[in-house]
Design a protein around this ligand. Structure first.
Ligand code: ATP
Ligand code: MN
Ligand code: MN
Ligand code: MN
Length: 281
């Protein structure tokens, strides 16, 4: 079943069960049937059991192998995001998958006026989780919270940069791990290098990085010709901002990545000048 099909099978009570599992996250990985029924204040255990069975079958939750305890899966979290984006009249319906990255699944979809939009569902993979697990500030956090924070961080980055005139997709909303944004009708820069005005594109990329760094206190952290989309008018859009942090070291690495690509395509670049421009010195 597709995510959209699963969403349509989730009834009002199932949805409340998912929401409650989310709200009880963190204390331990799995939530016991008992704490679930207490929190939900259900009169009839059967109704809850049936819902849990169904959600488990849809793989929106998973059961502890030994106890009668449950936790949300990534798909379960996706469903919460979809429902809330729908209730906020941002996402009318999901369509096909555009891309499955290391830390997300990206879907096409439609808003309530039938415009094409994009929804990115964040997922903290086991690899990236292992990496951050050792950071002190994140030590006590569960993967659901980390994933939701990543989505919020990407939305906030898009919102600030866009508001200040940078070239990023217009953010439309964020709910749980789901970030809805404008759909850019185009292709990644690495596929378009021979048919576009590279000088103009480089200027817009640097302008966007300057706004991000100076005004929004954000560095991209994974900037490359794969994370820059070129639309039909030849305008670049910088995407994929979840790892955004504020670091000069990372900024330099991003700039070197970009400079290498443009040099390879015959554009003269001076990394030091770029670095000074973006930092505003
Ligand atoms: P990665 O593996 O590169 O870290 P990711 O999981 O972080 O990927 P993104 O790079 O944000 O995800 O998006 C994955 C792909 O989805 C992009 O390479 C792009 O092709 C497509 N995409 C993302 N956002 C948009 C958008 N706003 N409009 C059109 N296509 C998009
Ligand atoms: Mn597309
Ligand atoms: Mn990417
Ligand atoms: Mn990414």
């Amino acid at each position: 079943l597709s995510l959209a099909e699963k969403a349509s099978l989730v009834g009002a009570f199932d949805y409340i069960v998912l929401k409650t599992l989310y709200s009880l996250r963190g204390k331990s990985e799995f939530v016991s049937f008992n704490s679930l029924r207490k929190k939900l204040d259900v009169k009839n255990d059967e109704e809850l059991k049936i819902s849990l069975l169904k959600l488990n079958e849809l793989k929106l939750i998973s059961k502890d192998p030994t106890e009668f305890s449950f936790r949300l899966t990534f798909s379960g979290l996706d469903i919460l995001g979809i429902k809330m984006l729908y209730l906020n009249r941002i996402l009318y319906k999901l369509a096909e998958i555009i891309g499955e990255g290391k830390e997300s699944i990206v879907y096409h979809g439609y808003d309530f006026d039938n415009n094409r939009i994009v929804t990115k569902f964040h997922r903290v993979g086991t690899d990236s989780y292992k990496k951050i697990k050792f950071r002190k500030d994140l030590e006590k956090k569960d993967w659901l919270s980390i994933t939701v924070e990543n989505a919020k961080r990407e939305f906030d980055a898009l919102e600030c940069i866009r508001r200040e005139g940078g070239y990023v997709p217009k953010p439309l909303g964020v709910q749980y791990n789901a970030v809805a944004m404008e759909h850019i009708n185009g292709k990644e820069l690495y596929k378009k290098a021979d048919t576009v005005n590279l000088k103009e594109i480089l200027e817009k990329i640097l302008e966007t990085m300057r706004i991000a760094y100076n005004i929004c206190n954000i560095t991209h952290g994974d900037l490359s010709p794969y994370n820059i989309l070129i639309d039909e008018s030849g305008t670049p859009f910088l995407i994929d901002w979840p790892q955004a942090t504020d670091s000069e070291e990372i900024l330099k690495r991003d700039l070197i990545n970009i400079a290498t690509f443009f040099k390879k395509h015959g554009i003269e670049v001076d990394v030091h000048k770029m670095f000074d421009y973006v930092r505003g010195v």
